[in-house]
Design a binder for this molecule. Structure first.
Ligand SMILES: CC(C)(COP(=O)(O)OP(=O)(O)OC[C@H]1O[C@@H](n2cnc3c(N)ncnc32)[C@H](O)[C@@H]1OP(=O)(O)O)[C@@H](O)C(=O)NCCC(=O)NCCS
Length: 182
């Protein structure tokens, strides 16, 4: 099948979503463990299928959440990547990106998120010349917090909400930090 591969690591490749990803995509959206700190409740199959249509839309540029494939098994194991860092008014912060890591629960604990994060940091900083990568994490999501700290992210501030609170992390591109006052 002809599709765009964005980057590859030793064990994983990241590509556009394709129609064959539907069942694996929906399984993640319907998994209470995956949804625990991202959205809270699992989606129904119908809701997941609806969202999948968006995942299939062509991506302009290189910032998106990509299908994540475990190469040795040719299996869809998640969706990950760096996507545009949106402002509250819908605009985007130029030269910035947000990191998203979603691994299917049967594949947790194998270092996939760490390997993915390292690859997208390299890609974002070295090839896309992004100045800053951000990520917001539910304060209860200990595994995700552990992973982004291991990737070198710094805590910028904590956003406290009635239902949920979020840590806001950032990682600045060391080769352009002199240009970055944010
Ligand atoms: C968070 C997530 C991406 C991690 O994926 P993963 O592939 O299992 O992560 P890795 O295997 O690379 O790393 C997991 C790390 O967490 C550590 N860990 C495991 N349980 C932990 C816990 N309760 N508290 C802190 N750290 C923990 C592991 O030891 C490992 O660290 P190490 O490599 O230093 O030993 C995955 O759990 C996931 O997709 N969760 C659901 C979606 C989600 O919450 N995404 C994050 C949105 S911000």
């Amino acid at each position: 099948m002809n599709y765009k591969i964005i980057i590859e690591t030793e064990r994983l490749l990241f590509r556009q979503h394709i129609a064959d990803d539907l069942d694996a995509y929906c399984a993640m959206e319907m998994d209470p463990e995956v949804r625990k700190y991202v959205g809270g409740t699992p989606r129904t199959r119908e809701e997941a299928e609806q969202r999948f249509k968006t995942a299939l839309e062509p991506v302009p540029g290189n910032l998106a959440i990509w299908a994540t494939v475990f190469k040795s098994e040719d299996t869809y194991v998640g969706r990950c990547g760096t996507y545009p860092h949106f402002k509250s008014d819908g605009g985007v912060f130029e030269n910035e990106a947000a990191l998203g890591l979603y691994i299917a629960s049967p594949y947790w604990g194998r270092g996939f998120a760490t390997e993915t994060g390292q690859a997208f940091i390299r890609f974002g900083f070295d090839e896309l010349k992004i100045k800053r990568i951000v990520t917001a994490i539910d304060t209860r999501n200990d595994v995700s917090v552990h992973v982004v700290k291991k990737l070198g992210f710094d805590l910028v501030f904590t956003e406290k909400g009635d239902q949920r609170s979020f840590y806001h992390f950032e990682l600045k591109n060391p080769s352009v930090t002199q240009m970055t006052d944010r």
